[in-house]
Design a binder for this molecule. Structure first.
Ligand SMILES: Nc1nc(=O)c2c([nH]1)NC[C@@H]1CN(c3ccc(C(=O)N[C@@H](CCC(=O)O)C(=O)O)cc3)C=[N+]21
Length: 298
């Protein structure tokens, strides 16, 4: 195996430490950044994520406001809560954990959140601000990938970047960020013809298709940097009753060709939560008309 393994877990710990430093400074000025997380229903995976986010928020010294609503919560009640959080000066970031129960709409829910507090960067306003090169809040996972890429490659200008997957949550904002960094960006997806050949063009290959181990080693240009955004949980092959996480990239074969690659777990995943905290800090600084934290924004 040739590739350097990009340690997202260590990098995320560094981001969180930097956020904590800024939070301590703000607290000295009487300002405590606050993040509100809303969870509707009792999806066990979501419960774990939300608990994780709560712990990480408290660890950096921020205020964490958890709101757990029953699965049959009406849209009116959910919106009433979001309206209260929008108006609360102690809340700088609001995240509604997805998926929401079927009778609710993710699109309408996101639209209800004040764009200045939309730390997921999912609102139409933030997507539009990013696309037009204005100051936005950027979706956490793409922001985390950008931080890893900048750290490893420095200037990204002129590089061939291929993003596989075109979701609003990840693929589209990732492509916008890479374009902003002056990459030549290709967005590939399920209808792309000869996907392996398109991927082989990439100096930077970002996989976010949601299909386990789809990207193979012979899709990777020698020396490329490979970012694996996929997480699929599957039964563990050796440990009965246990599960394991696998990415969208076939790690062993891709690592033969790549110069650097993110593992799953321990790659992009931990950066997502670190960037949620970074976005909350950014939103807080903006709300108070203070300079933005350096190195923690797009
Ligand atoms: N409104 C909203 N925003 C989200 O950002 C959001 C969401 N809803 N719903 C669910 C997905 C999923 N997600 C992850 C965050 C961290 C890890 C993470 O830390 N993963 C670890 C492993 C954790 C484990 O072992 O389960 C890793 O990859 O190393 C994974 C997935 C955020 N999401």
């Amino acid at each position: 195996m040739a590739a350097e393994i990009i340690d997202g877990k260590a990098f995320a710990a560094d981001v969180r430490a930097r956020v904590a430093g800024h939070v301590a400074q703000l607290k000295g000025q009487g300002i405590t950044p606050g993040l509100a997380v809303v969870l509707v229903g009792e999806d066990p995976a979501s419960e774990v994520y939300v608990a994780h986010k709560h712990r990480a928020t408290v660890e950096v010294g921020m205020a964490s406001f958890e709101h757990k609503l029953p699965a049959d919560t009406s849209e009116a009640d959910l919106f009433a809560l979001i309206d209260r959080l929008n108006a609360d000066p102690n809340v700088h970031g609001i995240l509604c954990q997805f998926p929401v129960p079927e009778h609710l709409s993710e699109r309408r829910t996101v639209a209800r959140i004040d764009p200045a507090k939309d730390v997921d960067g999912l609102s139409v306003t933030n997507a539009g601000l990013l696309a037009t090169g204005e100051r936005a809040l950027v979706s956490c996972t793409p922001l985390g990938c950008l931080m890893l890429l900048r750290d490893r490659l420095g200037d990204l200008s002129g590089k061939e970047a291929v993003v596989v997957g075109r979701s609003n949550l990840f693929g589209k904002p990732m492509a916008q960020l890479l374009l902003q960094e002056n990459c030549t960006v290709t967005m590939a997806h399920s209808r792309t013809q000869d996907l392996p050949e398109v991927c082989r063009r990439a100096d930077i290959l970002v996989a976010a298709v949601g299909r386990a181990e789809m990207v193979r080693g012979d899709w990777v240009k020698p020396g490329a940097t490979v970012i694996d955004v996929g997480i699929t949980r599957e039964p563990h092959p050796d440990k009965p009753g246990k599960t394991r996480l696998i990415g969208d990239v076939h790690f062993e074969s891709a690592a033969e060709a790549a110069a650097a690659i993110t593992p799953v777990p321990g790659g992009v995943g931990p950066m997502t939560i670190a960037c949620l905290l970074a976005n909350t800090l950014t939103a807080c600084c903006r709300a108070h008309g203070m300079p933005e934290p350096e190195g923690l924004t797009a």
